[in-house]
Design a protein around this ligand. Structure first.
Ligand SMILES: Cc1ncc(COP(=O)(O)O)c(C=O)c1O
Length: 340
């Protein structure tokens, strides 16, 4: 029970907090990784923490089916499908993206877990049509918003913030900077409010990977996060202690678009893979890791300080065609086909 809300526990928590020894000495900081990619259903990832709360709410309401939405390669959709499979619920994902011409990456896993994916032309009408279809077939539908980012979804990362603070205290980590990816925002806001709740000395820096509105991206992101925060305080009927000054979200590592193929991001992915055997993805965690390393190298993050990277999952993303093609080109020199 957290802030008056139950969850159904299916995760083996806490997730590990590991020191990355090789990269710590390469970069001159004490670098730690919070392994939320190692959560235990459907290949893992950050959305599972949110889904513990959504599942409890859905079960309490007698749901027989979970429906959610996102991009065709939504990690959140894949993990919603995983939870539905585990708990005997039907599942569908609605996406405005076009069918990519192949069933790869998350789409492959969605299908394997028995989840229907609807490629619709317009989200508003498409989502409603999908919900109506299943309701007419007798299902009791529980709808989860994109990314699981609403007032309830925040609880998953509120709890993670408390968990991480405890791990840091035990490991003797004090004034650390925590880097997290910012997409639909509940991970960032959950961490921030959770850490606030225990007067943590950990500072959270978000790396935004989603375009928000037209014009000034930084201002739009700040407005969106404060709007979600305001709704969350209303929902729980309490002030969760965040002010505008606490919001630290960088918008300069998006590289122009969402989920684009970026050479610098792939370089960062190779660095983490080759020095620590940890695999990150090109859409979310790769951009965050690349941003974090840039900030360490530029001196924005002090040498010798404690730095935590939260790995929020997303592994299937490396198998989407536009990323796979670029990775394959760069990795071909490792394939020795005619030497012996
Ligand atoms: C792998 C991964 N990391 C981070 C995020 C960002 O989390 P949030 O949407 O809560 O901001 C997402 C969102 O889809 C994700 O799939």
């Amino acid at each position: 029970m957290l802030l008056g809300h139950d969850k159904i526990e299916f995760l083996h928590l806490p997730t590990p907090l590991e020191r990355l020894n090789n990269l710590s000495s390469d970069l001159g900081v004490n670098l730690w990784c919070k392994r939320d990619d190692l959560t235990n259903l459907g290949v893992g990832g950050n959305k599972l923490r949110k889904l513990e709360y959504f599942l409890a709410d859905a079960m309490a309401k007698g749901a027989t089916m979970l429906i959610t939405e996102g991009g065709a390669q939504t990690n959140h959709g894949r993990l919603t499908a995983a939870v539905a499979a585990k708990y005997g619920l039907k599942c569908a994902i609605v996406t405005e993206d076009e069918y990519p011409g192949e069933i790869s990456a998350n789409l492959l896993l969605d299908g394997m877990m028995g989840c229907d994916v609807y490629f619709v032309k317009d989200m508003e009408t498409g989502r409603q049509a999908v919900i109506d279809k299943y309701k007419a077939a007798g299902e009791n539908v529980y709808y989860i918003p994109m990314g699981g980012s609403n007032e309830l979804g925040i609880l998953g990362y509120y709890e993670c913030g408390v968990e991480l603070d405890k791990q840091c205290r035990e490991a003797g980590i004090g004034d650390a900077t925590l880097f997290t990816t910012v997409g639909s925002m509940a991970t960032y806001l959950g961490l921030l409010t959770g850490l606030k709740s225990v007067d943590s000395r950990i500072h959270v820096t978000g790396i935004n990977v989603l375009p928000y509105g037209e014009g000034d991206l930084a201002a739009n992101v700040k407005a969106a996060v404060m709007e979600l925060y305001g709704r969350t305080c209303m929902f729980y009927g309490r002030n969760l202690g965040v002010t505008e000054d606490d919001i630290d979200i960088r918008t300069d590592f998006i590289h122009g678009a969402y989920n684009n193929a970026v050479p610098e991001v792939r370089e960062a992915m190779y660095t983490l893979a080759r020095r620590e055997a940890i695999i990150i993805d090109p859409c979310y965690t790769g951009k965050t890791f690349e941003g974090m390393v840039s900030m360490i190298k530029s001196g924005e993050v002090s040498q010798g300080s404690d730095v935590i990277f939260i790995h929020t999952g997303g592994l299937p993303g490396i198998y989407t065609r536009h990323h796979r093609v670029e990775l394959e080109k760069e990795l071909m020199p490792y394939m020795h086909t005619d030497e012996f």
